[in-house]
Design a binder for this molecule. Sequence first.
Ligand code: TYD
Ligand code: MG
Length: 456
Amino acid sequence: MAAKPVTSFVCSACGARTAKWSGRCDACGEWNTISEEKPLSAGPGAKSLGARRGNAVALGDLSTDEAPPPRTTSALSELDRVLGGGLVPGSASLVGGDPGIGKSTLLLQAAAAFAQAGLKTVYVSGEEASAQVRMRAGRLGLKGAPVQLAAETNLRNILTTLEAEKPDLAIVDSIQTMWLDTVEAAPGSVSQVRAAAHELTTFAKRTGTAVILVGHVTKDGQIAGPRVVEHMVDTVLYFEGERGHQFRILRAVKNRFGPADEIGVFEMTGRGLTEVANPSALFLGDRDSSTPGAAVFAGIEGTRPMLVEIQALVAPTPHAQPRRSVVGWDGQRLAMILAVLESRCGVPFTGLDVYLNVAGGMKITEPAADLAVAAALLSAREDSALPQASVVFGEISLSGALRPVSQAENRLKEAAKLGFTSAIAPTASKALSVPGMSIMTMSDLTAFVGDVFGAG
Ligand code: TYD
Ligand code: MG
């Protein structure tokens, strides 16, 4: 038998294991994140199963009628939406986000909301003293909420408490501060985070207590600690937003009980987070539609249509290598659209700096925004505004063809609701009719350049 590898160096940023120490992690490129750790005793590969046989497991067919999980909804309907329609008993969720973005604020408000909805709720803070949490509760106007509070980091004590109290919901802020005395590693290390998350998720499954864990993210936006934590939990939510903006977006990136990619929109105010019921109005703000270089994208976030403004600025560059700067969208995708505009439509951007920004601190990942990006770029380059009160959507292929996108009708309806009267869309949307909307359809980007901007 081959000798078993004793790999005892782990990167605290990405969880990669190596056989020897180095200053920089080969897997994620972070510096000074590799440290030595004792392997978990029961880790895979620790011991071969050998000839000893296990117990037979009962097998069942697929036809058993399992009722959908009972859910509890709270006064925070944006949170309920992201969870897939309320909190599921026995579920384990992870809420990740940058430090200071508002995770503790959100979860204290969530604790109060679910407690007021009748759930027995325990909030464990490993980062702040009880007095600090109480002060925040006071500031948020939640003093009267029946939430049970503890400040503790020893997971053995926490589990014993939860075992005795049997709450419906336990919130642990944050998983990086928790430690188990059975694991010989510092709190926040990969082994501790993994072991703590494992203990808490198995506790949730075993007892039916819903558990919500808070997780910090690293510089490159991943939840600190091993990726395996994301696999252990049922739901992974990211709380994101730009520091300078009030808007905060809670995004489901994984959900075993509902659709992923669902978002909830909040605004950070002096008295905590308030829900934003009409995000399109918020993201469009007080825009001036006669300015060149701006296009309104009719997008879909999760199950909800959402309008956002895409802004472009194009200026002659003093540099040999022109700048391509993007906020809120994918830089690779911008490069692709610039290449298509240049080689398929004869609109070069050589010698021009290009800046692209999604207004309001929103991040867009949909390819359906391609045409809106192209429209903003062309409008900036030609210094000519797009048609008044129009929205744009459509995916651009490398050939320059416009590809249909999902949920075109919902996009148009949302635009009509917010006072837009025309839309520029791929040909596939021709058959749609939405009251108050005139729909300009085109089959490729060249037609768009010709129809909207006269020439190239
Ligand atoms: P916090 O919830 O502590 O962030 P996290 O747990 O993600 O680190 O929020 C910290 C920020 O939120 C802090 O900069 C102050 C701001 N804040 C408000 O603007 N209004 C409020 O009512 C509260 C409680 C915090
Ligand atoms: Mg916090």
